[in-house]
Design a protein around this ligand. Structure first.
Ligand SMILES: C[S@@+](CC[C@H](N)C(=O)[O-])C[C@H]1O[C@@H](n2cnc3c(N)ncnc32)[C@H](O)[C@@H]1O
Length: 293
């Protein structure tokens, strides 16, 4: 089976071929990375009930973001005639709404996604930020985009590979003028940032994805780094820390950081812990410390 694409006046047509024979087609109006309007969907009668429709619909959804767990997506289609077609659409999550079929997906919650959503509420253009564990640069890039050209982002990591990946990522995204990564242990962050100068400090603890998993952050350096980050925050600033447990890093760091956060004085700080309450105990744990004004 293979899919051939054909641009038509009404949109992009995906043609499903079995060997030389076309067995189905789907016309997509306005296809994009986060959805499409499925203007026409059909499988030739002789080829129905053999899984070709399922294959074609999966391809449509895959190509237009319908299975992307990180982004929202919306697919629509005209109401089909028969019960069978409705049941087929329902298997893929389509429901009847406002006289058409609709399939709406919200991003699945993730610790990093929730952390970014929270920071978006509190930070804006011109923000001065620290990414204390830059890894492959995902958080650094997010902070640079949020801070914009009038902001500044310093990123740190103890692994050269992480520093290089982050700087390359920023350069590729045209953000090199806003952020930069340096090779440094975050326990030394006071040497890089002035007290009271940061709007935000982000710690995404653990190991570097795609690298040696036996190199991970531990409470021995995480706790001094967190202390130093609070010093470096301005009043009203926010510290975000994502804690991990299980696997090679065990639970020592997570427990030690939680104890430290819970002991912070109420007069100076507000601490939020965002638990995935019905996930395993090893679920990532996004935490926030707000420095009171
Ligand atoms: C989960 S990764 C970070 C992911 C990253 N923020 C991203 O968006 O790709 C954790 C990183 O923390 C780094 N790290 C561990 N201990 C550190 C320390 N003492 N100082 C600075 N970075 C450290 C690791 O090298 C690793 O790259």
């Amino acid at each position: 089976m293979d899919i051939r694409e054909q641009q038509q006046p009404e949109g992009l047509c995906l043609l499903l071929y079995k060997e030389r024979e076309m067995v189905g087609e789907c016309l997509l109006a306005a296809p994009g990375p986060q959805g499409a309007h499925i203007a026409r969907f059909r499988v030739e009668p002789a080829w129905r009930r053999r899984g070709y429709g399922t294959y074609l619909m999966r391809q449509v959804l895959r190509r237009t973001g319908g299975f992307d767990r990180r982004e929202a997506s919306l697919h629509t289609a005209p109401l089909p005639g028969g019960e069978g077609a409705l049941a087929f659409a329902a298997r893929f999550g389509f429901a009847v709404r406002d006289g058409q079929l609709e399939r709406r997906r919200a991003p699945a919650p993730s610790a990093v996604g929730l952390t970014h959503e929270f920071l978006k509420q509190r930070l804006g253009a011109g923000a001065v930020c620290l990414d204390a564990t830059c890894g492959n640069g995902g958080d650094t890039q997010f902070l640079c985009e949020l801070a914009g050209p009038s902001g500044r982002v310093l990123a740190m990591d103890i692994q050269q590979q992480a520093v290089d990946n982050t700087n390359a990522r920023l350069a590729a995204a045209g953000l090199g003028g806003i952020g930069r990564a340096v090779l440094a242990d975050h326990a030394r962050l006071a040497e890089y940032v002035q007290p009271g100068s940061l709007d935000c400090a982000v710690f995404n603890f653990g190991y570097l994805p795609g690298a040696d998993h036996s190199l991970f952050s531990t409470e021995a350096t995480s706790l001094p780094a967190l202390e130093a980050a609070l010093e470096a925050l301005r009043p009203g600033g926010v510290l975000a820390a994502c804690l991990y447990s299980g696997g090679p890093n065990g639970s020592g760091e997570k427990e030690a950081v939680l104890r430290w956060m819970r002991a912070l004085p109420l007069t100076g700080y507000t601490v939020l812990v965002l638990e995935f309450a019905n996930w395993a105990d090893t679920a990532p744990l996004p935490c926030f410390v707000l420095k009171n004004v």
